[in-house]
Structure formats: structure tokens, C-alpha cells
Design a protein around this ligand. Structure first.
Ligand code: ACO
Length: 335
């Protein structure tokens, strides 16, 4: 059977840098609180005066991944787009990327799955490639959080964490059995769906209802997060799902050359690193610069890790994520 490998990576972040100091002018918060609790120093938020969107950022990241893979958009035969912040309620942004890149009538699939969305999407691409269905699959994670956050003191527990950006990979087949995606593991636990969720607008919470009720206290149109609860589940599930991938491949923690955890919170990454006894040089974090970009965080980090020469031929890369759903996921990739 064929293996799938990552042939090209790319990322795009909006130019507009929002520091913790900037946030303290919008709400009752401060740099020390944010850095101590989350590790975040700044994030990128789309300048609302520009026409940058989830789809346009995804398109820019995709262009780079395609170029770095040494192919052209015409070669792409399937698109998978992971996001929790699409431009439209429907259709999803996969078709917008297809149109923007001028790609012919190939399939475009949209994946939700929040912070785990990119690994879910990569896992689907892996299966399509392994079965010989497609040869050049574009996998994108992109998020526009800034447009939908409560930027007042009421929303500070959530809004200081999230940032905007996009990352993409181009996946191709390889006949080398020792290269590429070795294993993928996907999980969900719906009983905690409301602990980290954005309830409206949706079919359970239409805009009509909000307008009719006109309730200034209704916060259901902003993301809700039970921070402590999420934190406790995240640190456990991250470790479980990494060990699950290692057990499935008869590999050990020491075999990992680079771990890129979903950039949820620097404290979560550091907790996992410490528990797994991984040295600093084997864990890649960039949440300090970008905040939590949910489905985009892993491909942005991967793209930066590649740019910085952190991955060499034959290295074992581990990606792991946890997020809303709850969902969690991991993959091991031989670079
Ligand atoms: N600035 C200043 N004070 C704040 C802020 C803020 N931005 N946000 C909350 N506070 C206040 C609270 O009001 C509270 O005040 P009180 O004690 O007077 O009531 C106090 O700080 C402590 O609040 P907690 O919510 O208990 O703070 P905690 O130490 O738990 O940190 C945080 C909050 C950072 C959200 C933490 O719970 C956390 O990291 N949770 C994990 C969440 C996470 O990482 N989510 C993303 C992963 S999942 C995903 O990616 C979708």
C-alpha cells in the first residue's frame, strides 16, 4: 500500500499585531495576567478595514504549500478545509479556495472538529492517498476568531487567547514504506460539547430569535469556555493520544524528534512536555506570537518549524491536538 507524505507546507498570518498591552485598552486585563496564564505575548487579528477572511488566508497558505511541493494548483485533485470560523454559514470555504486558485471541478470537503480539525483533515487525506484515490491533496486549517470575540471585560477569559491565521500542507503518495504518515488517531467525547462552544448563530439559535428577544445579556453568540475544565481534560487527553500513536507503531517517547502540540495554551504544552520528559529542542511552540488559532495552529507551527530547519530527513514528527467537542487526535509522521 502507498504511504502519504507531506510534500509542501505554507502559512499566512494577518499583518495586524495585537499585543497584550493593546488588549488592556479594550478590557480590564494586563500583560502579566495573560503571559502567566497562557504564555501569549501577542496575536494577529485581521484588520476589519481589510478584506482578509478565513478563506483568503487559507488560500494564501495553500498557494505557499503548493509552491513548496513543486506543483501547480492544476495538479491539486482534492481539497480539505478545517475551520470553526467559515466565511459563510454555508457553503464552507473549501470551494472558495478552489475558485480562488482557479482549480477545476475537483472535490472540496469542509471539516469542523475545532482545534483537532487539522489532524482530522490530515487523517482523511492520508486515507484518500493510501487507497490511491487522490495524488495531490491540499489540507488547510484557517481561522478568523477576531471578528466574533467579545472584546469587553465580560469576554476577557476567552478573547485574550484566540488569534487569526492559516496554515496548509500538500500531501502526496510515496512508495517508501518508512516515510510519511505512520498512524493517525481520532477521538471525541460529546458529553462535554458545551464546555467549549459557540452556540449561535445556528439552527438551535437563529439570529431571528436574538433580534426578537433583543437581550443585551445574551452571550450565546460569543464563544464560551470553561477554562479550568478544558485545561484538566486537555493535559490528560494530549498525553493519552500521543502514547496511543506510539504504542500503535512500537515507537517510544525518546524516538520523537519533534512534537508540535496544538497551540492551545503554553502552560498546556509545557505540562505535556514535562510529563513526557521531552527536552525543549523537541517541542515546537509559537503561541507566544500568534495565540490559539485552533485548526490553523498546527499547520502554522509546522510551516515555521520547516522554515527554521527543525525537521530533517527521517525525523519522527508527532502532531497532537485537543479541543472543543471535546475532540482530540494525534499522528506520527516520518519526515
Ligand atoms: N485578564 C485578567 N483577569 C482575567 C482574565 C483576563 N484576560 N480572564 C479572567 N480573569 C480573571 C477572572 O475573572 C478571575 O477573577 P476572580 O478570581 O476575581 O473571579 C481570575 O482571573 C481567575 O480566572 P480563571 O478563569 O480561574 O483563571 P485561570 O487561572 O483558570 O486561567 C485560563 C484562565 C487561561 C483560560 C485557563 O483556565 C486555561 O488556560 N484554560 C485552558 C483553556 C485553554 O487553553 N483553552 C484553549 C484550549 S482548547 C482549544 O484550543 C479550543
Amino acid at each position: 500500500m502507498l504511504q502519504s507524505r507531506i510534500a509542501g507546507v505554507g502559512h499566512y498570518v494577518p499583518e495586524n499585531v495585537v499585543t497584550n498591552e493593546d488588549l488592556s485598552k479594550l478590557m480590564d486585563t494586563n500583560d502579566a495576567w495573560i503571559q502567566e496564564r497562557t504564555g501569549i505575548k501577542e496575536r494577529r487579528w485581521i484588520d476589519p478595514k481589510t478584506d482578509v477572511t478565513t478563506a483568503t488566508m487559507g488560500t494564501e497558505a495553500a498557494r505557499k504549500a503548493i509552491k513548496n511541493a513543486g506543483i501547480t494548483p492544476d495538479d491539486v485533485d482534492f481539497i480539505i478545509f478545517a475551520t470553526l470560523s467559515p466565511d459563510y454559514y454555508f457553503p464552507g470555504p473549501g470551494v472558495q479556495v478552489q475558485q480562488a486558485l482557479g482549480i477545476a471541478e475537483i472535490g472540496a470537503l469542509d471539516v469542523r472538529n475545532q482545534c483537532s480539525g487539522f489532524i482530522y483533515a490530515l487523517s482523511i487525506a492520508d486515507k484518500f492517498i493510501k487507497t490511491g484515490t487522490y495524488k495531490n491533496v491540499l489540507v488547510i486549517g484557517s481561522e478568523n476568531h477576531s471578528g466574533g470575540l467579545d472584546k469587553t471585560t465580560r469576554g476577557r477569559g476567552v478573547s485574550v487567547i484566540f488569534g487569526d491565521g492559516a496554515g496548509a500542507v500538500l500531501m502526496q503518495p510515496t512508495e517508501d514504506k518508512n516515510k510519511g504518515v505512520l498512524t493517525t488517531h481520532l477521538h471525541s467525547e460529546g458529553q462535554h460539547a458545551k464546555e467549549l462552544a459557540l452556540i449561535g448563530p445556528s439552527t438551535s439559535h437563529w439570529v431571528d430569535k436574538m433580534l426578537a428577544e433583543n437581550d443585551p445579556e445574551d452571550t450565546s453568540y460569543y464563544p464560551y469556555m470553561n477554562g479550568n475544565f478544558v485545561f484538566k481534560h486537555a493535559v490528560t487527553r494530549f498525553q493519552e493520544v500521543i502514547h496511543e500513536a506510539l504504542n500503535a507503531t512500537d515507537l517510544k517517547v525518546e524516538d520523537i524528534d519533534l512534537l508540535i502540540p496544538h497551540q492551545a495554551n503554553l502552560r498546556i504544552s509545557q505540562f505535556i512536555q514535562q510529563k513526557m520528559q521531552l527536552p525543549n529542542e523537541k517541542v515546537f511552540n509559537n503561541i507566544q506570537k500568534y495565540g490559539n488559532t485552533t485548526a490553523a495552529s498546527i499547520p502554522i507551527a509546522l510551516s515555521e518549524a520547516v522554515e527554521q530547519g527543525k525537521l530533517k530527513d527521517g525525523d519522527l514528527l508527532c502532531l497532537a491536538a485537543f479541543g472543543s467537542g471535546f475532540t482530540w487526535a494525534s499522528t506520527l509522521i516520518r519526515w
